[in-house]
Design a protein around this ligand. Structure first.
Ligand code: KPL
Length: 308
């Protein structure tokens, strides 16, 4: 299949809060963008006209027209942004493989780590870019997103191996995504924070801020930080400038009224990203012989609570 270089449409797979916010970013910059939706293969010609609503940081409200295309449509994809939950990515991307041109770029913007290698194994010829963001977004209803916190977004190539297409770099710069040489370090730093806030708030069914207010939760937070820092140090990723506990305090304070994504997943009886967050950390801990008893216990508690 040959990529039509003139088609610069960004296709978005996964329209939760971050996928919808990114669609709004493309639309605000008049960059072509389409959503993808699940359908039966028989409905492959489906294109649905949708309205996307964005509530900006200053509370101003904006509405955009956007098309959503069946994943089984036959148009070729040269730019794919993957914003599904990490545990859904492999199954979600499979129907799209025949649609990806041979010079396509796949940009993965999700919580967690480990799924990137799974996707790269499915798409060995394509440029896989990993992205991370600290932007805050909440969905109010389908395709209605509140931009709830300003943040920084960066991207880089998997294993820093390949050169990033300058056209793609320039497009991502327009929506304020910065190239990052060591994107894995950025993802690891975010993962370390998610390893603490997400499962503890999910198990104790509380808002992020309560981890610092309740003495029992504060003590668990500190113990878990120590386990994770030991793994980071053994992996050669120590952060000498700021302790993990300080980073967790900053994020939990900034998002004190929010519920974490894992708390919401448990509450609404969905699967969770535990395998790609604490599970990924535990794999490295086991490989490096670092005991992480609390992390291990937390994984099994989430697995008991989560659906199915
Ligand atoms: O990324 C998050 C999440 O909920 O997944 C944090 C940073 C914990 C904010 O809630």
């Amino acid at each position: 299949m040959h990529t039509n270089e003139t088609d610069r449409t960004w296709y978005i797979l996964g329209t939760g809060a971050i996928g919808t916010l990114w669609a709004a970013k493309f639309l605000q910059h008049s960059m072509p963008c389409r959503l993808l939706h699940r359908s039966n293969p028989e409905q492959s010609g489906d294109v649905i006209s949708c309205k996307l609503r964005l509530i900006k940081l200053d509370n101003s409200q904006h509405s955009y027209d956007i098309d959503s295309e069946s994943i089984y449509h036959d148009s070729e994809i040269s730019r794919l942004l993957v914003c599904t939950k990490s545990y859904q990515s492999v199954e979600a991307i499979k129907p799209l493989i025949p649609r990806l041109g041979d010079t396509a770029t796949v940009l993965i913007l999700q919580n967690g780590m480990g799924q990137h290698q799974q996707l790269a194994a499915l798409l060995p010829e394509l440029q896989i870019l990993l992205a991370s963001t600290t932007e805050g977004a909440l969905t109010r209803s389908a395709l209605e997103v509140k931009h709830s916190g300003a943040g920084i977004s960066s991207f880089g190539s998997l294993n820093h191996s390949s050169r990033i297409n300058p056209v793609i770099k320039a497009e991502l710069a327009r929506i304020n995504m910065q190239p990052e040489q060591d994107i894995e370090a950025v993802l690891w730093s975010k993962l370390s924070i998610n390893c603490i806030i997400n499962p503890l708030t999910a198990i104790h069914n509380c808002r992020n801020g309560q981890l610092l207010q309740n003495p029992q939760l504060l003590s668990l937070t500190q113990q878990l930080c120590a386990e994770i820092e030991a793994v980071s140090a053994a992996m050669g990723r120590p952060d000498k400038a700021t302790s993990l506990f300080d980073k967790v305090c900053t994020v939990a304070t900034a998002t004190c009224q929010n519920f974490s994504s894992m708390q919401q997943d448990i509450l609404f009886k969905r699967g969770t990203e535990i395998d790609f967050i604490n599970g990924y950390l535990q794999q490295h801990a086991d490989r490096l012989n670092i005991p992480c008893p609390l992390n291990r216990q937390i994984i099994s508690q989430i697995k008991h609570l989560q659906y199915p």
